[in-house]
Design a protein around this ligand. Structure first.
Ligand code: SF4
Length: 704
């Protein structure tokens, strides 16, 4: 068997590390971090480097299956029969319930080309805009918030930019666990010479994440706020900066919209937004908020005199997954503009994307209101472009978001779902609600590499393909588009993009792509920010960053909003704090928040099937010693957790990492049922679920 190597991209987190896959024939022998990979420069974490064996795990399903009812056993069938059955069911449902009674969910795990094809299938072959992506449940507020303030939904920097930061503010993110290679880069900036030269760190998080007090890095400020109070905190920080006169006046005059700035300034300066007035809400001592505001705006006491301070914000799902997720994103964007921290190295606003291709799935038009490139479906000029290229008439009406699909299913108006590469039963909140909605549908088609939790509610199962079995591209959190290289033949015979194409053809809308490079050529032709993207260029340069078109360098754009914001003048938005409906009561006196751990990944479908499981084989509930003692809970005890939505049982870890009154868990194992207890509460603008705030009671229970 020939020995060779191929360059590809990690299929886990949004850092998007490049790997050299060492091969023996079609067998991967080793994944070696790629030295020339721009996102990782030869580094990797325990997931990308070691946890790829799931691709050939014995649990892989390689034969299509159908069944009439979800209580029936599966019946293995040919691809032809499965595709024909799915297509005829979708058409039958549309004939009975109307054109808008079906829709689909794309995946941030799949390639750009695949998500592009799924949204095309839904708009062109289904004839509606009922397409959504799992970004709905993570970074949809980023799309809304950065769109409103800066004009586009993307991080402003490259990862490397952090090497020029004087102050790093991490909000609601845990980079060393969820984005490990970038977390290490951040830590490096906070050690040694850089630290001595005044680099500072502010962490805003209800939990003491590793960055707060790791052996080599300590945060200057840990604003350990109560879950659900982010907006009060960001406004209090802005209050200090405005009232102390630390604004970047010249930058604001030149770069920002004057009217919105004046309104915002008047709002944040109000006494009710001061750290003192909001301390009862956030639970954080005012002097800490004032100190953190000073550090972010002016740098540390050691900062060299006369040199501009570069302050950067990195944030994660602890910002977005709230009832005020979009408001908080806008609050962050306001703070960066107000201090002149957008548009050069070392600064910016950077959403840390959870999944490998969250950025890409959003870029590719997987939202019900947007065509590829974040262009609204109601815009007739944009629609006309796509109608011309696709040869169909497009509906100008935004379609259903994922939660709306569930509601419509329970009302009887949404009866068919095509779900590619997404386990909504395990990952979406309020599992009971999700399963009730799926049970109400007449045809659920799941396309996945494993028979996941959602497949238990499916009528058709189409075997998916892992990142090793297909060509394509992923776009990481710094807008970097990198190649995914086919290392072996698809185990089930088809790559995901081919399956979507088969389904489209069976529905009577022809798709005849011979290779994903042809799909990318279509994307580039129809999406202005991708105009210069091609496989040839990506392979020659290693990767490119969008915008990559006529006005940019050949490799695209490293730093966004350099001369001006994408929308022209940066727009300030008033961020009024509104308390979440999810309140503690006597019955539910603790607030549960959720997160991830280094060795596992999201719903664990991949990592649980690798040796990584040995490091973290279960989800646990972290509880403060005071709360544990009050309840007679000791380390390792089994505890029942009950919320207004449901209940589950986990083992307890008693730790001071979490503050009194708050408990924390991960959601990597289906049996731990973290999302059985999370609620339907969601972001006001985007419906992103409020995973981070659930009122619960915790009690000791016998081992289940
Ligand atoms: Fe993969 Fe993220 Fe780890 Fe890089 S940091 S190897 S992209 S999981």
């Amino acid at each position: 068997q020939s020995e060779h190597s191929e360059i590809t991209t990690c299929a886990y987190c949004g850092v998007g590390c490049g790997f050299k896959a060492e091969m023996k024939g079609e067998q991967v022998v080793r994944m070696v971090p790629w030295k020339d990979g721009k996102a990782n420069e030869g580094h990797a974490c325990v997931k990308g480097r070691f946890a790829w064996g799931y691709a050939t795990h014995k649990d892989r399903i390689t034969q299509p299956m159908i069944r009439a009812k979800i209580t029936d056993p599966w019946r293995e069938v040919s691809w032809e029969e499965a595709i024909a059955h799915a297509a005829s069911e979708f058409r039958r449902i549309q004939a009975k319930h109307g054109r808008d009674s079906i829709g689909g969910i794309t995946s941030s795990r799949c390639t750009n080309e695949e998500t592009y094809l799924v949204q095309k299938l839904i708009r062109a072959a289904f004839g509606n805009n009922n397409v959504d992506t799992c970004a709905r449940v993570c970074h949809s507020p980023t799309g809304y918030g950065l769109g409103q303030t800066y004009g586009t939904s993307a991080g402003t920097q490259t990862f490397k930019s952090v090497e020029h930061s004087d102050v790093i503010m991490v909000i609601g993110a845990n980079p060393t666990a969820a984005h490990p290679v970038f977390g290490s880069r951040m830590k490096k900036r906070l050690r040694g010479d850089a630290r001595r030269a005044g680099a500072g760190l502010i962490v805003i998080d209800p939990r003491e994440i590793e960055l707060v007090s790791s052996p080599h890095v300590k945060a200057d400020y840990h604003l350990q706020l109560r879950p659900g109070t982010n907006v009060a905190m960001i406004t209090a920080l802005a209050h200090v900066i405005v009232t102390e006169g630390w604004l970047a006046d010249a930058y604001i005059d030149e770069r920002c919209d004057a009217k919105s700035f004046a309104q915002w300034k008047e709002f944040v300066a109000r006494p009710e937004n001061s750290p003192e007035a909001t301390a009862d809400i956030t639970g954080v001592a005012p002097e800490l908020v004032r100190g953190a505001a000073r550090l972010y705006a002016l740098g540390s006491a050691d900062h060299p005199q006369g040199r501009q301070v570069n302050s950067a914000i990195y944030y994660g799902l602890g910002v977005t997954e709230h009832a005020q997720g979009s408001t908080m994103v806008m609050g962050i964007a306001n703070l960066a503009m107000a201090t002149g921290n957008v548009g050069r190295e070392g600064v910016g606003v950077n959403p840390l994307r959870g999944q490998n291709n969250v950025q890409g799935s959003c870029d590719m038009g997987s939202f019900p209101h947007e065509l590829p490139g974040y262009r609204h479906i109601s815009d007739s000029i944009t629609r006309a472009e796509f109608e011309g290229a696709w040869g169909v008439k497009l509906s100008p009406e935004p379609g259903l978001r994922i939660p709306n699909m569930f509601e419509a299913a329970l009302e009887g108006s949404f009866m068919g779902l095509y779900c590619e590469g997404e386990d909504i039963v395990q990952s979406d909140p309020n599992t009971q609600h999700v399963t009730a909605a799926l049970s109400a549908m007449e045809c659920v088609v799941v396309q996945d590499i494993f028979l996941n939790e959602t497949a238990k509610y499916a009528h058709v199962f189409l075997p998916g393909s892992s990142f090793m079995e297909k060509d394509g591209t992923f776009t990481n959190a710094e807008r970097r588009i990198s190649r995914v290289t086919q290392l072996m033949q698809p185990l089930a015979g088809y790559a995901d993009w081919e399956v979507t194409q088969l389904l489209s053809n069976a529905l009577g809308y022809p798709m005849n792509y011979g290779h994903p490079r042809e799909i990318m050529a279509e994307i580039a032709a129809l999406t202005p920010t991708f105009a210069g993207v091609s496989y040839e260029k990506i392979e020659r340069l290693g990767s490119v960053q969008w915008p990559c078109n006529e006005g940019t360098e050949e490799a695209g754009t490293a730093i966004m909003h350099k001369e001006k914001f994408v929308r022209g003048k940066g727009r300030f938005i008033i961020t009024q704090y509104v308390a979440t409906d999810e309140k503690v009561t006597q019955r539910f006196p603790l607030l549960l928040t959720t997160g991830r751990i280094l060795s596992q990944y999201n719903v664990g479908a991949q990592t649980r099937r690798t040796a990584n499981n040995q490091w973290h084989g279960e989800d646990r509930l972290e509880i403060h010693p005071h709360d544990a003692q009050d309840r007679g809970i000791r380390e390792g005890d089994w505890v029942g957790i009950e919320s207004r939505s449901g209940q589950t049982v986990l083992r307890a870890t008693v730790t001071e990492r979490i503050q009194p009154g708050v408990v924390y868990t991960t959601f990597h194992f289906p049996e731990s049922g973290a999302n059985v207890i999370t609620t339907d509460s969601s972001d006001w603008a985007t419906n992103c679920p409020e995973y981070k705030v659930t009122a619960v009671q915790v009690t000791p229970v016998a081992q289940p």
